[in-house]
Design a protein around this ligand. Structure first.
Ligand code: ZN
Ligand code: ZN
Length: 266
């Protein structure tokens, strides 16, 4: 029973890490679509350190470079350049390779210099990982604690690989770019699976664009806004029109065959 609880805790933590990633690292820091209350920023920084194993400055730099060179030479993690399975299996390697590049950090994250807290704590995400692991072991016991930590880490890594790999390979496209939308992936990544929409309008605070698409982080962001803890800075629903050059909805199946569905109408 305690191991079932451990798996559930691990899954819960991977979702929490996904929520922090999409709201804070992605929409707040990388694209500046949302501003958070300073108290919530501090919580997000602690959460990032404890649950995501990334340094915000590195994540933002690698991600902005990905937008700059999407699926062309220079993209840190393109399945079209490196290969689909390479990204699905070794996304962490490709991420780390770019995160170690000082030029990338200086060029793409100049607006995010390390402050004092970063210098002695938050720039060491591995330390946060060990801290979280120790906390889980303390609270749940050695075996279940390690199971929870492993499930959390593996699921979080797989979901991020799926956004970068599958999210540039399989699914449907509403806009003309190399990324794809996967509704099912969006449900377990707080909207990040709607990656074709995101590449069309990176600064949109909301990742769903059309009826039938769900970005689970969006109601959460609206809720934070109601509490006065967040402010949406860019347009959520207007603005898609500028990108609304809809292309025929193409679905790419995992077998590599494309099927052309009806041309989407607005
Ligand atoms: Zn992408
Ligand atoms: Zn982005």
């Amino acid at each position: 029973m305690e191991y079932i609880v451990a798996v559930i805790v691990g899954l819960g933590l991977s979702q929490l890490a996904g929520l922090i990633t999409t709201v804070y690292l992605h929409r707040v820091l990388a694209h500046k679509a949302i501003r958070l209350h300073p108290a919530l920023i501090m919580l997000m920084r602690i959460g990032t350190w404890m649950f995501t194993i990334v340094s915000p400055r590195e994540w933002v730099a690698v991600h902005r470079k990905h937008h700059n060179f999407s699926d062309v030479e220079g993209d840190p993690h393109s399945p079209h350049i490196e290969g689909y399975w390479q990204i699905m299996i070794a996304n962490v390697y490709y991420y780390k390779r770019e995160a170690r590049n000082d030029n990338t950090l200086e060029k793409y994250a100049a607006d995010l210099p390390h402050d004092r807290l970063d210098k002695f704590l938050f720039r060491y995400p591995e330390l946060g990982f060990v801290f979280t692991g120790a906390l889980l072991v303390l609270l749940m016991g050695l075996g279940p604690g390690l199971v929870a930590l492993t499930v959390h880490t593996v699921v979080y890594i797989i979901l991020n690989a799926a956004i970068n790999g599958a999210g540039h390979t399989f699914g449907y496209k509403s806009f003309e770019n190399d990324a794809t939308n996967l509704k099912l992936l969006a449900l377990v990544t707080f909207g990040e699976g709607l990656h074709n929409n995101h590449h069309a309008r990176p600064a949109s605070p909301k990742l769903s664009a059309f009826r039938g698409e769900l970005d689970p982080a969006w109601p959460f962001i609206r809720f934070l806004e109601k509490l006065g803890l967040a402010k949406v800075l860019t347009k959520a629903d207007q603005g898609w029109e500028n990108h609304r050059r809809r292309i025929p909805t193409t679905t790419v199946s995992p077998l590599g065959t494309s099927s052309l569905k009806a041309v989407a109408k607005d």
